[in-house]
Ligand binder design. Structure first.
Ligand code: PLP
Length: 406
């Protein structure tokens, strides 16, 4: 008789967004006259930029002619895109990254979920708390996390690094030594970011204990402060201890188009084996290449007009972030994030849990956000609002919250 992978049975249900969905549906059914504004889910709302649409049309046209038709793409990505990325995102910033260290994929979620496969089953992982749930869940599926304690919402073998207002949302070096350290900068959900000096501490630590930093920079395009690095490879020593994930979802609106990439430097070695060759092997075996038309569209992101257009889109979302941040602050809330990321993280009023505040906001302001406890135990007492809505709705939502007073 077959047996299923029991590790999957240990996963708590995808409680967060389904519970939010049910609560909002129930509320809307009972109050059809109310306009509910959703600032909960991290999906973009602006259409693709004209330069990207033009590149897509041209690539589709090429696919219609035998001379310019493209079949399977190279597993690791087309050279035209890998070279463009290596130059624009790394070499022009002074990072020593070559095109053949860049692996094109269908998005950062796949890569940061799959990367754990190239590491030993007994690897200990460390995660920031709160954080994007994919890091822990993908290790649960691989049986690397021990047992779940429903009371505390923690896994016995996972090293949690609390990031709260008390430590300025900067993870402290753990007491137990991990093998794999997930860092998400700028951070989802807190919207905060590590500076170059803060990241250097982690790079030095990882090199000294022989750990790997799995660095998720999906929100890199939103960085506004000079002291926040755009890549971990801006930090000396990162080539021997870091892998970086990037996405076209949030900088260029590719959430429905799908494209991302992962940088695995050739210096990242354990014994005689290199992470680069294992990831190339894994990618080549399990992934058949991202679509030609999408890789062409991604290349347009780096053209002069593409850059200008996506800069405007990021600015549009960051104007929303400012409306949310300043509006909540003026309303008396304790607010974080929103400067280097499209997420605003606020402390819920004392005496309320994250879910109490969710209900309160839905019922009184008809605004939907995400309870912080859904991102990890240290997210309790916090709440996430996203800047990905449209400007008018964002303004209206914040106006309603302000009108409630504190
Ligand atoms: N990493 C983080 C931190 C995210 O928040 C998200 C999406 O919300 C992703 C990765 C997924 O990116 P992609 O759309 O490229 O799969």
């Amino acid at each position: 008789m077959f047996q299923l992978n029991e590790n999957y049975l240990k996963l708590p249900g995808s409680y967060l967004f389904s519970t939010i969905g049910k609560k909002v549906a129930a509320y809307s059914a009972a109050h059809p006259e109310e306009k509910v504004i959703r600032l909960g889910i991290g999906d973009v709302t602006q259409p693709l930029a004209p330069a990207i649409i033009k590149a897509l049309h041209e690539a589709v046209e090429e696919m219609g002619h035998a001379e310019t038709f493209h079949g399977y793409a190279p597993d690791l990505g087309y050279a035209f895109l890998r070279e463009t990325i290596a130059k624009a995102d790394y070499q022009d910033r002074g990072c020593r990254i070559e095109a053949d260290e860049i692996f094109i994929s269908d998005g950062a979620k796949s890569d940061c979920g799959n990367i754990q496969e190239i590491f030993a089953p007994e690897s200990r992982i460390a995660v920031c708390d709160p954080v994007y749930p994919v890091y822990v869940d993908s290790n649960v599926m691989a049986g690397r996390t021990g047992e779940y304690d429903a009371q505390t919402g923690t896994w016995s073998r996972v090293i949690y690094m609390p990031c709260t207002a008390e430590n300025g949302f900067v993870p402290q070096l753990p007491q137990e030594t991990p093998d794999l350290i997930y860092l998400c900068v700028p951070n989802n959900p807190t919207g905060t970011a590590l500076t170059r000096d803060q990241l250097k501490v982690w790079v030095d630590y990882a090199n000294s204990v022989g750990a790997v930093i799995l660095y998720d920079a999906a929100y890199e395009a939103y960085i506004s402060r000079d002291e926040v690095p755009h890549s971990i490879f801006e930090i000396d020593g990162a080539r021997s201890c870091a892998i970086e994930f990037r996405s076209f979802s949030k900088n260029a609106g590719f959430t429905g188009v799908r494209l991302g990439f992962t940088v695995v430097p050739k210096d990242l070695k354990s014994g005689g084996a290199s992470a680069h060759s294992l990831w190339a092997r894994r990618h080549g075996t399990k992934f058949n290449g991202a679509p030609y038309i999408v890789q062409k569209a991604a290349t347009a992101v780096y053209s002069e007009e593409g850059r200008a257009q996506i800069r405007d889109q990021v600015a549009y979302y960051m104007r929303n972030a400012k409306v949310i941040y300043e509006g909540l602050k003026e309303a008396g809330y304790e607010v974080y994030g929103g400067v280097d990321a499209p997420y605003i993280w606020l402390r819920v009023p004392s005496g309320m849990t994250s879910w109490d505040f969710f209900d309160y906001l839905l019922e009184t302001a008809h605004v939907v956000g995400t309870p912080g406890s859904g991102f990890g135990p240290s997210g309790e007492g916090y709440f996430r609002l996203t800047a990905f809505g449209n400007y008018e709705n964002t303004q209206e939502a914040i106006g309603r919250i302000r009108a409630l007073g504190r």
